[in-house]
Design a binder for this molecule. Sequence first.
Ligand SMILES: C=CC1=C(C)c2cc3[nH]c(cc4nc(cc5[nH]c(cc1n2)c(C)c5CCC(=O)O)C(CCC(=O)O)=C4C)c(C)c3C=C
Ligand SMILES: [Fe+2]
Length: 424
Amino acid sequence: MTAQPDTEAQATPDKPELTRRRLLGTAGAAGAAGLALGAAGATGVYAAVAGPDSGSSPALSTVGSTEVVFHGKHQAGITTPLQSRGHLIAFDLAPGAGRKEAAALLRRWSATAAELMAGRAPAADTGVALDAGPSSLTVTFGFGPTFFDRTGLTARRPVELDPLPPFSSDALDPKRSEGDLWVQIGADDALVAFHALRALQKDAGSAARVRWQMNGFNRSPGATAGPMTARNLMGQVDGTNNPKPSEPDFDRRIFVPAGGAQPWMAGGSYAVVRRIRMLLDDWEQLPLKKQEQVIGRRKADGAPLTGGTETTDLDLDKFGPDGKLVIPDNAHARISAPEQNGGAAMLRRPFSFHDGIAADGTPDAGLLFICWQADPLRGFVPVQRKLDRGDALSPFIRHESSGLFAVPGGPDRGEYVGQRLLES
Ligand SMILES: C=CC1=C(C)c2cc3[nH]c(cc4nc(cc5[nH]c(cc1n2)c(C)c5CCC(=O)O)C(CCC(=O)O)=C4C)c(C)c3C=C
Ligand SMILES: [Fe+2]
């Protein structure tokens, strides 16, 4: 089965001038995604952007006018090219709030998300993003393990939400981990992302309270002339060997099939979210050659140390003239490769973060690691188990928080996210 785009870009009849189809896998934002989405997501190039819809608004550029549609088989924000801004927010249902309040909240949130993603302002708007256009805004909703007991839906909790095993390198802060509900916001404009964050926080009203919030970023769309995989704050090209929607087993690996134990999860996916601090002062002292051996790839272009270009396969059996493996035994790319983990694969779609300087004077910076899979036990868990036992990257990172969320399939028109769980 061929992969489908998570959402279809489409013209909105009332504001056709603000809408253009997005060719996934093209330059700019798509390059920053590090996701080669070409074949599956390509929908063609667009109608020209017409002028502003009010006398005072400036015309929109491609970045501002690009719209990702809310409704579809899968929620937006999974295979969508990486955006330059991201907010991750976890909420807990308020004391006394149950299934009814949760359903009403998801209905409100879905309506707001659909409007904002289309570039329309909700009622009583703050005006923060009035002239910015949709800017590839996506809003993605998920349910944490605790959601199901709180709403009397214990029997509907997927086994895939069983707690992740502890890992020896974990240094997790419970206050910044888990949560009943999870919202991922991405946009190619910082004001659009903030605007969505505020609107959704206000929608929560008395039904849910923010448990934690994390803010992230990626390279700006269009910064490089051609498509380019993202770089992380260690300077590595990161995302090269992600599963591609054009691959025949992509859907099976990333999305929950229909006909499973929890029918409401059909078309959905499981998100593992980890705040991974990078110990940048230590990393930056490591000579370039050693840095490259930690990953097994060249820093400049992401090519394997065994040669070729970024997209050349790693040659894991190649020895150098010194009789040593060219890609060391403990290199991150070797240990995490699907062929070393019984085929385990996940779609990594992270944001970088920088929250200033920590009390010890080191940068509080790193990766908001988000990975998507049909089953965490066939994605994140086996790979992290292996990394935990001897990844050369481990001395330079610290897993500080963790969350696991069931992200239902995308809503049909007239439906809200999670309705199949909350109303059946
Ligand atoms: C458990 C899953 C993973 C965690 C946690 C993780 C953290 C992490 N990774 C990098 C940098 C890179 N990772 C790369 C490849 C890669 N990483 C994982 C999994 C986890 N990474 C996988 C499955 C892969 C692909 C392996 C393969 O198939 O070859 C790379 C190489 C380029 C690429 O393919 O993306 C880099 C660089 C950091 C900095 C980090 C924590 C902060
Ligand atoms: Fe990695």
